[in-house]
Design a protein around this ligand. Structure first.
Ligand code: ADP
Length: 485
């Protein structure tokens, strides 16, 4: 890897302001070539406790920094992220596989969250509340919750960290980040820049290692006050259960199975081009990806033809570091098998293959962008999250049926629909069971919006003015005796 700042590629963990190695190592594999990218320490119970105690020790001083002082450090971190965007993108592309241009966009999104919360740090306003009794007043304070643990996934190795660590630090909390073992180098590079920005030792710690062991300690230790997790619903359940003994505050951003509904009054050209981004961004490996395309009968063929044409003409599969690729590999062999199984099951039950359908021969976990038509609710793909470049096209008759199919899912993260009818847009928005809705758009993430879901997609919101609340506790002060003074 040729970086402008080679120190950003760090194969050690960051605890209490110090870099730490270990004789036990985890290997990180490039999903494009299946070659080794590097190794990181495989830390266990002792080091996890060390990180918790460092964060606990750093908390009292960090919380008494003024909001402005915390904001200035976050701003500095933001500037360093922007300054090293190219290197960060390369590290990410190597370990995660996504095309360099897409990795660069993620770096900018990561930076945007850090900048946003640098600003929000200064706007943690409390309240005064009128009271029924004379001579008394209620004042509400907002205080940082304490040591926070952030457990993050591989599909967005930088921005998922920024969405958690930036609001936590802005609120005055200290943080321990446990990134995915597939993508630790992006997280460690962020720690290098945090150190350079000048955060005091222990305020931000990054540990890598056995997920179950680290997870068990973070959830059970009473010094950790908050767990924020992004990943699978299965692991989210484990973390919530394990946190119950110590009653931690929890945010969970879990799986999704987003419907993408196109009504016959929609701008079809717009719907198709948004469908391309919504489905094939990160090769379909995002929790808000369009997973189920519901197309109204009269426009079904027209939509399918146009969509397949764009898939054929626009998508180029290849290693993320090749300038012409816009579809990188899937993360591992398991991901390829899952996609293969869903396609096989759908074809056996009567779906038609419009394009794609196979993995690419040779090294790397590459899979052809795939479109299936005549998909029905009997097929596994109708209910399981796909996390790959497969677009299944369902039919529907009317709004009522579209809504029924869309809500027939355990998940409730994102939904998209396309229509020019304003009354329908309101009806759909009010009746779809999910946390985020795109109306005539296939992309809705923004640092200014509250990202998160309902049902099995989890709880809590990230980004926006709401995101910082997850890291704050309310405390109210009731002042009496005022009529006697
Ligand atoms: P995905 O790999 O689909 O993103 P996972 O839920 O498997 O989703 O992983 C998300 C994050 O959770 C990663 O950092 C992973 O290492 C971590 N993780 C996986 N299993 C556990 C566990 N039992 N306890 C704590 N963390 C876990």
């Amino acid at each position: 890897m040729i970086l402008q700042k080679s120190a950003l590629f760090r194969q050690e963990c960051f605890i209490d302001g110090e870099w730490l190695s270990s004789p036990d190592l985890l290997e990180v594999i490039d999903p494009s070539s299946q070659r080794l990218v590097g190794t990181v320490p495989s830390l266990g119970e002792m080091e996890t406790r060390k990180a918790i105690s460092a964060a606990h020790k750093a908390f009292p001083a960090w919380k008494t920094h003024t909001a402005k002082e915390r904001s200035v450090l976050l701003k500095k971190w933001y500037e360093l992220i922007i300054c090293h965007a190219r290197d960060l993108a390369e590290i990410m592309s190597r370990e995660q596989g996504k095309p360099l241009a897409e990795a660069q966009r993620e770096v900018m999104s990561c930076a945007a969250y850090v900048e946003w919360f640098a600003e929000e740090a200064k706007r943690v306003y409390g309240d005064t509340i009128p009271m029924a009794q004379k001579g008394k007043r209620i004042v509400v304070l907002k205080e940082p919750i304490g040591v926070c643990a952030a457990i993050t996934p591989w599909n967005f190795p930088l921005s998922t960290i920024a969405r958690k660590a930036a609001p936590a630090l802005a609120a005055g909390c200290t943080v321990i980040v446990k990134p995915s073992s597939y993508t630790p180098f992006s997280a460690l590079a962020l720690a290098v820049l945090a150190e350079e920005a000048g955060f005091p030792p222990g305020t931000l710690n990054v540990i890598t290692g056995q997920a179950e062991t680290i997870g068990r300690i973070l959830t059970s230790d009473r010094l950790v006050k908050k767990i924020s997790f992004t990943g699978s619903t299965e692991v989210g359940r484990i973390l919530m259960k394990d946190s119950s003994e110590s009653l931690k505050k929890i945010s969970l951003e879990l799986g999704g199975h987003a419907p993408f509904i196109v009504f016959d009054d929609a701008d079809i050209e717009l719907a198709v081009s948004e469908a391309m981004i919504s489905k094939f961004r990160n090769s379909g490996q995002t929790c808000v990806c369009a997973n189920r395309f519901l197309i109204q009968n009269p426009i079904y063929e027209q939509f399918a033809e146009h969509f397949v044409r764009l898939v054929r003409n626009q998508l180029v599969v290849g290693p993320g570091m090749h300038m012409e690729s816009n579809q990188g590999p899937l993360i591992d062999e398991k991901a390829v098998l899952k996609v293969e199984n869903q396609i096989r099951d759908a074809l056996e039950k009567g779906a038609k293959l419009a394009i794609g359908g196979k993995r690419l021969p040779g090294k790397g976990f590459f899979f052809e962008p795939t479109v299936l038509t005549e998909v029905t609710s009997e097929m596994a793909i109708a209910h399981e999250e796909t996390f790959g470049p497969v677009a299944p096209l369902f039919r529907f008759k009317d709004e009522e049926e579209a809504l029924r199919i869309a809500n027939d899912s355990e998940y409730g993260l994102a939904a998209y629909f396309f229509s020019k009818d304003l009354a329908r847009a309101w009806r759909m928005t009010e009746n779809l069971e999910c946390g985020m809705i795109g109306v005539n758009t296939g992309i809705l993430s923004s640092e200014a919006a509250p990202f998160g879901g309902t049902k099995d997609s989890g709880m809590g919101r990230e980004g926006s003015k709401y995101g910082i609340e997850e890291y704050l506790e309310l405390k109210y002060m009731c002042i009496g005796g005022l009529e006697r003074m």
